[in-house]
Design a protein around this ligand. Structure first.
Ligand SMILES: Cc1ncc(COP(=O)(O)O)c(C=O)c1O
Length: 371
């Protein structure tokens, strides 16, 4: 039937590119008829969710005829205890993704700009485009390090938000504490710094900061966090933000009442208290990262040292071919083309066994197909 639709969406939506998620395991299994598929594409926790979270989820199932707690009271209490912040400084959301959208809705409109050190997480651009604001991309340095001078010189009177993703997705690099201090001391007073700490549990560098000390000191900063990575709860969707009470109050104005479902709330409340799961997850990641570094070095593949649970590797002009060959063998990684990194792959750290299979397969593809 001929498409007679004449209803036009808002002009600003023309800027929006659909999000390109890592392919789900079932889809690759179905497409390729494979039994075993290894997904190292979405920086999930290969250890699985916290067993304590699973237990709480089972206990809560019978209560899902009721609406969830609109204030996520228990989650906030747990976060507040752990981070030593007041519950009024917290907003709990349907993943950190939702929080990025809510921040955009609360602060952005046509004529305003966000600054994104690039390449970085695509949802920042999405939020700006939804609101008709513009994105000013400031390239990261030669080794994907943050260039504070370049960020500062990109700021104009239209700038509303500066995004800092640390550790950064997809590069795994981070912003040192002294540099964040410099940025916060230098930005004009109308500018909000959004510090995305989705991967902060994996960062071990001495000069790393997760941004929270700057919230405490009263800087105009909001720190984002997620339960999707270290806590292994990507499938239930829950994240949160920490900022001054004033900032939180403004963002709460655009939050829907029941944005975080009951199962996510009980799971997060349990997971945040499960220190063993967090420690085991960190250890698994560190071992896996070292396993990858060692193998990449042997294979002569250049990688960017990562403070996170993924590694950006430089394959060369055949990166897309290697990505496709890995996919054909049931190993899903991310091709860097979506970030303009056409010679790179971003590979999430998996279990020892998953990493081993990946590394062997990549080795054989390179020996077979590449000069
Ligand atoms: C840097 C960064 N921020 C936020 C998110 C979104 O997290 P969530 O799953 O809580 O929406 C991701 C997910 O990959 C991410 O990489």
């Amino acid at each position: 039937m001929e498409d007679k639709q004449k209803i036009q969406p808002r002009k600003s939506l023309q800027q929006i590119q659909p999000y390109s998620p890592g392919k789900p395991i079932w889809e690759v299994q179905k497409e390729l008829g494979l039994d075993r598929v290894i997904k190292l594409a979405s920086n999930e926790n290969p250890l699985g969710p916290s067993p304590m979270a699973i237990e709480e989820i089972s206990k809560s199932i019978n209560g899902i005829n009721r609406y969830p707690d609109a204030d996520a009271t228990h989650v906030k209490e747990m976060i507040s205890k752990q981070l030593h912040v007041q519950t009024q400084q917290l907003i709990v959301t349907n993943g950190a993704d939702e929080l990025i959208t809510l921040i955009s809705e609360a602060y952005l409109e046509e004529g305003l700009e966000i600054i994104v050190p690039s390449p970085s997480f695509s949802e920042y651009d999405f939020g700006a485009h939804v609101m008709g604001a513009s994105v000013v991309a400031v390239p990261l340095g030669e080794n994907y390090e943050y260039d504070i001078e370049a960020i500062l010189s990109a700021i104009s009177e239209r700038t509303k938000i500066v995004y800092i993703c640390s550790p950064n997705n997809p590069t795994g690099t981070y912003l040192a504490k002294a540099k964040l201090q410099q940025l916060l001391d230098s930005v004009p007073e109308q500018v909000l710094v959004v510090f995305d700490g989705a991967y902060s549990h994996y960062a071990k560098a001495e000069d790393y900061t997760n941004g929270l000390e700057f919230v405490e000191q009263g800087y105009p900063i909001i720190v984002l966090h997620t339960f999707s990575k270290i806590y292994g709860l990507a499938g239930v969707r829950i994240g949160y933000g920490v900022a001054s009470q004033e900032i939180v109050k403004d963002i709460l104005k655009v939050k829907e009442p029941f944005n975080v479902n009951t199962i996510a709330q009980v799971a997060a409340t349990a997971a945040i208290a499960d220190e063993k799961h967090v420690n085991d997850s960190q250890a698994m990641n560190e071992n896996g990262r070292n396993q990858m570094y060692e193998a990449f070095s042997k294979l002569g593949i250049h990688y960017i040292e990562s403070m996170s649970n993924f590694v950006l590797v430089h394959i060369g002009p055949n990166a897309k071919h290697v990505y496709e060959q890995l996919m054909a063998k049931g190993i899903i990684v991310r091709y860097g083309g979506i970030w303009g990194l056409t010679e790179h792959l971003r590979i999430s750290v998996g279990t020892t066994e998953e990493n081993e299979i990946l590394l062997e397969t990549i080795g054989s593809i390179i020996k077979r197909d590449l000069p």
